[in-house]
Design a binder for this molecule. Structure first.
Ligand SMILES: [Zn+2]
Length: 242
């Protein structure tokens, strides 16, 4: 049996094309899942003690897999974003924000009119931590505001809202009605933030990605397909340097 949580990499040939993939076992997973991520490539997530035929699964999903891998190849992610420092351009809600380091500053503070984020001068690691903390604080405020605004006309009921640091997910909605959002969305334009809010709000009513789910999403966010496409293409670039 594959030890839980330990990713193993395999290479095989599917429909005449070589394909590398990782397999992870998740005790929390209820069904198999395929994910494709710029860093790790294709991963098959299996519930513990799964007996699924992996070769058959890869074959039946080969069109989806190769389509996504090809798209990733067309939008390569920079190997490592440049280190942030004085004068770096950060993204905030889709616009540029110039980072200014000041010896006297105690916390990071934004001057939106000037398009500047002022932060205490510090070594690289603490500086990065300060900036991430700033983004997370902004995310708490912005998501609370957008949720209130968008849900005003919907009246859906949710419980807790948390801001997370997820590698591959932008948001989530638990069966209990808790919502979570990725702080990196603070680097995306507001309409993208809103589209993720809409997506998770609709999950309060329809948990699966069924036809009914997408119909409801489309009714609230008619351009949701374009928003999803934007996130797919630009999402991997929403990272903090260094
Ligand atoms: Zn979803």
């Amino acid at each position: 049996m594959i030890p839980t949580g330990l990713p193993l990499t395999y290479t095989t040939v599917v429909r005449g094309r070589p394909l590398s993939y990782r397999v992870t076992m998740s005790p929390r997973a209820r069904a198999w899942r395929l994910t494709i991520h710029p860093d790790s490539g294709l991963t098959i997530v299996l519930p513990a003690r799964s007996r699924i035929d992996v070769a058959g699964l890869l074959d039946s999903r080969s069109r989806w897999i190769f389509r996504h891998l090809d798209r990733l190849a067309r939008h390569p992610v920079p190997a490592a974003p440049p280190l942030i420092g004085h004068g770096s351009i950060l993204r905030y809600l889709g616009g540029p924000l110039r980072l200014e380091l000041a010896a006297g500053a105690r916390v990071a503070e934004v001057d939106e009119a000037a398009g500047v984020l002022r932060a205490p001068a510090a070594d690289h690691r603490p500086l990065r931590a300060t900036i991430e903390t700033w983004y997370r604080r902004r995310a708490e405020t912005v998501f609370a505001e957008r949720l209130r605004l968008i849900n005003d006309g919907l009246g859906y009921r949710f419980q807790r809202v948390t801001i997370r640091d997820q590698k591959t997910r932008w948001g989530s909605c638990s069966a209990r009605g808790n919502l979570a959002f990725n702080w990196r969305l603070m680097m995306a334009p507001i309409e993208i933030v809103d589209s993720v809010v809409v997506h998770e709000l609709v999950h309060l009513i329809v948990l699966s990605h069924s036809r009914a789910f997408w119909d409801r999403v489309a009714a609230i966010d008619p351009a949701y397909l374009a928003h999803r496409r934007w996130l797919r293409d630009h999402g991997p670039h929403l990272v903090l340097g260094g």
